[in-house]
Design a protein around this ligand. Structure first.
Ligand code: GUN
Length: 307
């Protein structure tokens, strides 16, 4: 069986055009949603992600402000930068690009973000809300995976999803999302990780297999059940002298081998990545809408009684 492609670019175009239309109406009533992006250091992959996020913001009408700090910036400077965005009225969402340099306590920085602006969904308040199954900011990558499945009308109810990787950014958060009650939840979830023996025993039972360990081409065809849906969250740069830039992007899945057995599969690049950015746009719009409402204005622009 040759798998069909889960085209994240196509899905992202469709979701982004809806977001852009909503922002256009929203901005007429209030102001454009605003995103503050903090980048510490000059890691080329992080730089490239941040550029992608800013370009996407521009395309849908979100105002974005990038604050770049030196690779050796002290923790206090990063915390002060976050605090300046917390109190900035033009900013609805804050994203601190990860990973941060070693001298910075990543958790402390994420906790410094005002939870009402936590569009990355990585503050403990957002993660706790997700675990409770309540509405809040959902981390963008797992959110993107769910929206990609939704776009292609691939249900999760009652299906066995095997997630490889237990990171907060992807594996653990995605498992919690899939366990929520309701459409695009209600899955049976197995989470595997680096200490799981006999991975194939688990992966071969997956209706939906999600690879998010950051190990290039780790998942071969022999780990994929015939007819499974394969979602590849991994993106690694691997040396490739045949490319002008000297490297290529490689997912956690051996695409060609896995495609021979899967029913649906995401490419890398062009799969989950574009959806991750799209959900950042969605979270930023949601945040702006909430902030407008709590500032005492109704969406028709009238000032609410007492507002
Ligand atoms: N680095 C890689 N993925 C992410 C993400 O989703 N959010 C942030 N802040 N940094 C990342």
């Amino acid at each position: 069986m040759a798998a069909e492609k889960l085209d994240g670019r196509e899905a992202a175009r469709s979701v982004r055009s809806r977001i852009a239309a909503e922002i256009s109406t929203f901005a007429e009533t209030w102001r454009p949603p605003g995103l503050g992006v903090v980048l510490v250091g000059d890691d080329p992959a992080s730089l490239s992600y941040v550029r992608g996020k800013e370009k996407a913001c521009e395309e849908v009408g979100i105002y974005s402000r990038e604050i770049r700090l030196a690779a050796d910036a002290p923790q206090t400077e990063v915390l002060e930068t976050v605090q300046s965005l917390n109190i900035d009225e033009a900013i609805d969402g804050i994203l601190v690009q990860l990973p941060l340099p070693d001298q910075i306590d990543q958790r402390r920085v994420l906790e410094a973000i005002d939870p009402s602006k936590d569009v990355d969904g990585l503050h403990r308040f957002s993660l706790g809300t997700l675990m409770l199954g309540e509405d809040g900011f959902i981390p963008c990558t797992p959110y993107g995976v769910i929206e990609l499945l939704k776009h292609y009308e691939i249900p999760t109810t009652g299906r066995h999803v095997v997630v490889l990787g237990r990171s907060m950014l992807v594996g653990k958060s995605l498992a919690n999302l899939l366990l929520r009650r309701g459409e695009y939840g209600d899955a049976t979830v197995t989470v595997c990780h680096s200490r799981t023996p006999d991975l194939s025993v688990h992966t071969l039972q997956a209706d939906i297999l999600v690879a998010a360990m950051g190990r290039p081409a780790f998942v071969g065809g022999d780990m994929v059940r015939e007819g499974a849906v394969v979602i590849d969250v991994g993106v690694s740069r691997v040396d490739d002298p045949s490319k002008k830039r000297g490297y290529r992007l490689q997912g956690d899945v051996d695409y060609d081998r896995a495609s021979e057995r899967a029913s649906w599969i995401t490419p890398v690049p062009g799969g989950v990545g574009p959806m991750t950015i799209t959900m950042l746009l969605q979270n930023t719009l949601n945040s702006a809408q909430r902030r407008m409402e709590s500032s005492g204005r109704r969406s028709n622009g009238e000032v609410a009684p007492g507002g």
